[in-house]
Design a protein around this ligand. Structure first.
Ligand code: ZN
Ligand code: ZN
Length: 392
């Protein structure tokens, strides 16, 4: 065992040496793991079984050693929010409570995954947690991981299944894309990004383009981006080094994006027809919604031009902007206007998105549920991580 100890110590003094022990493993853990593996080898066990067991044994034993000094032992008043659940990546990290969550989409079932459902600043708002003179009910709830009021930038992922395979088509990658992807990609077994469609060029829709480099460095060679000309012009300024990679220093890693300029007419991604739904997002500023099959998605809208209503006919699921409960802003529908539009468009079902911190998930949904009885309107707020099986 003494030679094993020297070997482990040596491993860490020789950077880059070809060791069976992963980087970042300390001498003690290295010794522990290899001791278990070699004992198991003597008993004729395959190496991966004892290696995994050694990892877990070491983790438990190390936790016991650390226990008296851990956060758990600190006075309750100073306790940090350390309750991040340690769950295997294949399990979702939130509470199952909705009818949609209970439906596990089969492998061959297309689905919409709500990557984010909140407004630009995210919920909770930092200022709501730091202002001693006011109490924000929604942001207080949203601190808790798994609470449905916790919302990041509006975005959906269409997990599209056809006879050729499964494709992940993302709509928007905003400022918080990394955090959303970290939460939902491992949880839902998502790996590649086969296309990104851009609704408009505000930071909460394109701020995460830089983070796509993790995919193009480590998962796939490039990502096709579908973007309107006016938004591509904005990207040439905000993300100039991604659009024109000749300006970057040789060897520096940036996202490898392939830009496809779209017009306000249908286009096809992996056999899926995508129809742009042009809308106004503030006076004189155009944003695009998109229709996939009978699913219509409009995340940023203050007014719908008359010609776009034609494209919204026979909509099965409408996903629509609803910023706040009382009124519209100059750039977004509020809930009353959004409901007016639902009555006009008459989709079979509607899920609202893009909610700010004045929208309490459970309270608003309780009120909206009454509209099903009174008017036959199936309307609810969506939430981050919601998955809805769809036919495309
Ligand atoms: Zn708040
Ligand atoms: Zn916007």
């Amino acid at each position: 065992m003494g030679s094993l100890w020297r070997e482990c110590a040596g491993t860490h003094r020789t950077p880059g040496s070809r060791s069976p022990i992963p980087k970042g493993v300390g001498v003690w853990e290295c010794w522990w793991r290899r001791a278990v593996v070699s004992m198991a080898a003597a008993l004729g066990m395959p190496p991966f079984v004892p290696a995994a067991a050694a990892r877990s044994l070491f983790a438990r034993s190390a936790a016991r050693w650390r226990a008296p000094f851990s956060r758990a032992a600190a006075p309750r008043r100073f306790q940090l929010p350390s309750s991040r659940p340690r769950v295997p990546p294949s399990r979702p990290l939130y509470n199952f409570a909705s009818r949609d969550d209970k439906i596990q989409a089969p492998e061959d079932q297309s689905e919409i995954i709500f990557i984010g459902t909140g407004t630009s600043e995210g919920i909770p708002r930092v200022s709501c947690l730091t202002n001693q003179s006011k109490t924000c009910k929604v942001c207080s709830k949203a601190i808790e991981l798994g609470n449905k009021n916790r919302r990041l930038n509006t975005s959906i992922l269409i997990r599209y299944v056809n006879s050729v395979g499964r494709f992940n088509i993302l709509v928007d990658a905003g400022k918080f894309f990394y955090h959303s992807a970290l939460r939902w990609f491992p949880a839902y077994g998502l790996q590649n990004i086969d296309a990104v469609i851009i609704t408009h060029s505000h930071a909460d829709a394109i701020g995460g383009l830089d983070d796509l480099r993790d995919w193009t460095n480590n998962v796939q060679p490039f990502i096709p981006i579908y973007v309107a000309q006016r938004d591509f012009e904005v990207m040439k300024k905000t993300h100039y080094y991604i659009v024109d990679t000749s300006v970057i220093v040789a060897g520096a890693a940036v996202s490898e994006l392939q830009f496809n300029v779209i017009k306000e007419e249908p286009f096809v991604i992996h056999d899926l027809k995508v129809t742009p739904l042009p809308v106004w997002h503030g006076h004189g500023y155009r944003s695009l919604g998109f229709r996939f099959g009978d699913i219509c998605y409009i995340s940023d809208v203050s007014d719908i031009p008359e010609e776009t209503y034609m494209l919204l006919k026979d909509c099965d699921l409408l996903i629509l902007d609803a910023l706040r409960p009382d009124r519209s802003s100059s750039t977004h529908f509020g809930l009353p206007r959004a409901l007016e539009e639902v009555r006009k468009i008459q989709p079979r079902r509607t899920l609202f998105t893009g909610m700010m911190h004045l929208m309490d998930h459970d309270e608003i949904n309780e009120e909206l549920a009454k509209l099903l009885k009174s008017e036959g309107l199936d309307v609810q707020l969506s939430y981050d991580g919601l998955r809805v099986p769809v036919n495309l």
